[in-house]
Design a protein around this ligand. Structure first.
Ligand SMILES: CC(C)(COP(=O)(O)OP(=O)(O)OC[C@H]1O[C@@H](n2cnc3c(N)ncnc32)[C@H](O)[C@@H]1OP(=O)(O)O)[C@@H](O)C(=O)NCCC(=O)NCCS
Length: 144
Protein backbone atom coordinates (compact mmCIF):
# COMPACT_ATOMS: atom_id res chain seq x y z
CA UNK A 1 0.00 0.00 0.00
CA UNK A 2 1.17 3.53 -0.77
CA UNK A 3 0.68 6.38 1.69
CA UNK A 4 1.21 10.02 0.82
CA UNK A 5 2.50 12.45 3.45
CA UNK A 6 2.94 16.21 3.25
CA UNK A 7 6.18 17.49 4.79
CA UNK A 8 8.30 20.63 5.03
CA UNK A 9 11.92 21.02 3.94
CA UNK A 10 13.17 20.46 7.50
CA UNK A 11 11.47 17.06 7.92
CA UNK A 12 13.84 14.09 8.56
CA UNK A 13 12.18 12.32 5.60
CA UNK A 14 13.68 14.92 3.25
CA UNK A 15 16.98 13.04 2.97
CA UNK A 16 15.10 10.15 1.35
CA UNK A 17 13.18 12.60 -0.86
CA UNK A 18 16.46 14.17 -2.03
CA UNK A 19 17.95 10.70 -2.61
CA UNK A 20 15.04 9.77 -4.89
CA UNK A 21 15.27 13.08 -6.78
CA UNK A 22 19.00 12.55 -7.22
CA UNK A 23 18.42 9.01 -8.52
CA UNK A 24 15.80 10.20 -11.04
CA UNK A 25 16.97 13.65 -12.14
CA UNK A 26 20.76 13.53 -11.72
CA UNK A 27 21.61 9.86 -12.38
CA UNK A 28 18.81 8.85 -14.76
CA UNK A 29 18.28 12.12 -16.61
CA UNK A 30 21.75 13.71 -16.34
CA UNK A 31 20.61 17.01 -14.81
CA UNK A 32 23.56 18.80 -13.16
CA UNK A 33 23.62 18.01 -9.45
CA UNK A 34 24.08 21.68 -8.49
CA UNK A 35 20.72 22.56 -10.10
CA UNK A 36 18.71 19.78 -8.49
CA UNK A 37 18.27 21.29 -5.01
CA UNK A 38 17.54 25.02 -4.90
CA UNK A 39 16.28 27.73 -2.56
CA UNK A 40 12.65 26.86 -3.33
CA UNK A 41 13.11 23.62 -1.39
CA UNK A 42 13.23 25.63 1.85
CA UNK A 43 9.84 27.27 1.26
CA UNK A 44 8.05 24.47 -0.62
CA UNK A 45 5.62 21.91 0.72
CA UNK A 46 6.89 18.46 -0.24
CA UNK A 47 4.88 15.30 -0.81
CA UNK A 48 6.38 11.87 -0.27
CA UNK A 49 4.73 8.63 -1.43
CA UNK A 50 5.74 5.88 1.00
CA UNK A 51 5.69 2.15 0.44
CA UNK A 52 6.99 -0.10 3.26
CA UNK A 53 8.67 2.97 4.73
CA UNK A 54 10.54 3.81 1.50
CA UNK A 55 10.03 7.03 -0.46
CA UNK A 56 9.02 5.92 -3.96
CA UNK A 57 7.56 9.16 -5.25
CA UNK A 58 7.73 12.88 -4.58
CA UNK A 59 6.86 16.37 -5.78
CA UNK A 60 7.04 19.85 -4.33
CA UNK A 61 4.55 22.73 -4.25
CA UNK A 62 5.68 26.37 -4.17
CA UNK A 63 3.06 29.08 -3.64
CA UNK A 64 3.15 32.37 -5.58
CA UNK A 65 0.07 34.28 -4.35
CA UNK A 66 -3.01 32.61 -5.95
CA UNK A 67 -0.89 30.22 -8.02
CA UNK A 68 0.73 26.99 -6.84
CA UNK A 69 3.71 25.71 -8.81
CA UNK A 70 4.33 21.98 -8.82
CA UNK A 71 7.85 20.74 -9.53
CA UNK A 72 10.37 17.94 -8.96
CA UNK A 73 7.73 15.30 -9.80
CA UNK A 74 9.50 11.95 -9.63
CA UNK A 75 8.53 8.31 -9.16
CA UNK A 76 11.26 5.68 -8.73
CA UNK A 77 11.84 3.72 -11.94
CA UNK A 78 10.54 0.39 -10.61
CA UNK A 79 7.32 1.99 -9.27
CA UNK A 80 6.18 3.76 -12.45
CA UNK A 81 2.95 3.18 -14.37
CA UNK A 82 1.16 2.06 -11.20
CA UNK A 83 -0.78 5.26 -10.60
CA UNK A 84 1.59 6.75 -7.99
CA UNK A 85 2.38 9.88 -10.02
CA UNK A 86 -1.32 10.49 -10.58
CA UNK A 87 -2.07 10.00 -6.87
CA UNK A 88 0.65 12.52 -5.93
CA UNK A 89 -0.69 15.08 -8.43
CA UNK A 90 -4.27 14.68 -7.17
CA UNK A 91 -3.11 15.01 -3.55
CA UNK A 92 -1.15 18.16 -4.50
CA UNK A 93 -4.15 19.71 -6.26
CA UNK A 94 -6.35 19.06 -3.21
CA UNK A 95 -3.71 20.54 -0.87
CA UNK A 96 -3.23 23.63 -3.09
CA UNK A 97 -6.98 24.16 -3.30
CA UNK A 98 -7.34 23.74 0.48
CA UNK A 99 -4.62 26.39 0.94
CA UNK A 100 -6.46 28.87 -1.28
CA UNK A 101 -4.67 28.49 -4.63
CA UNK A 102 -6.84 29.09 -7.69
CA UNK A 103 -4.60 27.45 -10.25
CA UNK A 104 -1.58 25.22 -10.64
CA UNK A 105 1.25 25.79 -13.09
CA UNK A 106 4.18 23.54 -13.88
CA UNK A 107 7.05 23.25 -16.31
CA UNK A 108 6.55 19.83 -17.89
CA UNK A 109 9.36 17.91 -19.46
CA UNK A 110 8.20 17.58 -23.05
CA UNK A 111 8.20 13.77 -22.82
CA UNK A 112 5.96 13.87 -19.72
CA UNK A 113 3.31 16.26 -21.09
CA UNK A 114 0.83 13.47 -21.81
CA UNK A 115 0.97 12.45 -18.13
CA UNK A 116 -0.11 15.98 -17.16
CA UNK A 117 -2.64 16.31 -20.00
CA UNK A 118 -4.47 13.28 -18.64
CA UNK A 119 -4.77 15.13 -15.33
CA UNK A 120 -6.36 18.16 -17.00
CA UNK A 121 -3.31 20.39 -17.50
CA UNK A 122 -3.18 22.49 -20.67
CA UNK A 123 0.02 23.46 -22.47
CA UNK A 124 0.79 27.12 -23.06
CA UNK A 125 3.59 28.97 -24.77
CA UNK A 126 6.62 27.75 -26.60
CA UNK A 127 8.87 24.83 -25.76
CA UNK A 128 11.94 26.00 -23.81
CA UNK A 129 15.18 24.52 -22.55
CA UNK A 130 15.84 24.00 -18.86
CA UNK A 131 18.99 22.14 -17.76
CA UNK A 132 19.33 20.75 -21.30
CA UNK A 133 15.81 19.24 -21.34
CA UNK A 134 12.90 20.58 -23.46
CA UNK A 135 10.00 21.80 -21.31
CA UNK A 136 6.59 23.37 -21.82
CA UNK A 137 4.51 25.34 -19.31
CA UNK A 138 1.17 23.78 -18.35
CA UNK A 139 -1.70 25.18 -16.31
CA UNK A 140 -4.83 23.91 -14.59
CA UNK A 141 -7.55 26.01 -12.94
CA UNK A 142 -8.75 24.75 -9.57
CA UNK A 143 -12.35 24.81 -8.41
CA UNK A 144 -12.81 27.51 -5.79
C1 LIG B 1 6.33 11.15 -15.27
C2 LIG B 1 6.19 10.25 -14.03
C3 LIG B 1 6.21 11.14 -12.79
C4 LIG B 1 4.85 9.52 -14.11
O1 LIG B 1 4.63 8.79 -12.90
P1 LIG B 1 3.86 7.38 -12.89
O2 LIG B 1 3.66 6.98 -11.47
O3 LIG B 1 4.55 6.43 -13.77
O4 LIG B 1 2.48 7.81 -13.56
P2 LIG B 1 1.05 7.10 -13.38
O5 LIG B 1 1.24 5.63 -13.32
O6 LIG B 1 0.32 7.73 -12.24
O7 LIG B 1 0.37 7.51 -14.75
C5 LIG B 1 -0.89 8.17 -14.85
C6 LIG B 1 -1.31 8.13 -16.31
O8 LIG B 1 -0.35 8.83 -17.12
C7 LIG B 1 0.23 7.95 -18.09
N1 LIG B 1 1.66 8.26 -18.20
C8 LIG B 1 2.58 8.22 -17.22
N2 LIG B 1 3.78 8.64 -17.68
C9 LIG B 1 3.59 8.95 -18.99
C10 LIG B 1 4.46 9.44 -20.00
N3 LIG B 1 5.75 9.73 -19.77
N4 LIG B 1 3.92 9.66 -21.23
C11 LIG B 1 2.61 9.40 -21.47
N5 LIG B 1 1.74 8.93 -20.53
C12 LIG B 1 2.24 8.71 -19.31
C13 LIG B 1 -0.01 6.54 -17.54
O9 LIG B 1 -0.01 5.59 -18.56
C14 LIG B 1 -1.36 6.71 -16.87
O10 LIG B 1 -2.39 6.68 -17.83
P3 LIG B 1 -3.87 6.14 -17.45
O11 LIG B 1 -4.40 7.04 -16.38
O12 LIG B 1 -4.61 6.24 -18.73
O13 LIG B 1 -3.67 4.73 -16.96
C15 LIG B 1 7.32 9.19 -13.96
O14 LIG B 1 7.38 8.50 -15.18
C16 LIG B 1 8.70 9.75 -13.65
O15 LIG B 1 9.07 9.96 -12.49
N6 LIG B 1 9.51 10.00 -14.70
C17 LIG B 1 10.87 10.50 -14.53
C18 LIG B 1 10.89 11.91 -13.99
C19 LIG B 1 10.07 12.86 -14.83
O16 LIG B 1 10.12 12.85 -16.04
N7 LIG B 1 9.33 13.74 -14.12
C20 LIG B 1 8.49 14.71 -14.75
C21 LIG B 1 9.22 16.00 -14.73
S1 LIG B 1 8.25 17.29 -15.49
Amino acid sequence: MTTIVEIQGTDPLMSAVYALRREVFVIEQGIPEELEVDENDNVAGHLAALSDGHVIGTLRIVRHERTAKIGRMAVSAHSRKKGIGKELMEFAAAAASRDGAQEIILAAQFTAREFYRRLGYIEEGAVFDDAGIPHVMMRKKLRS
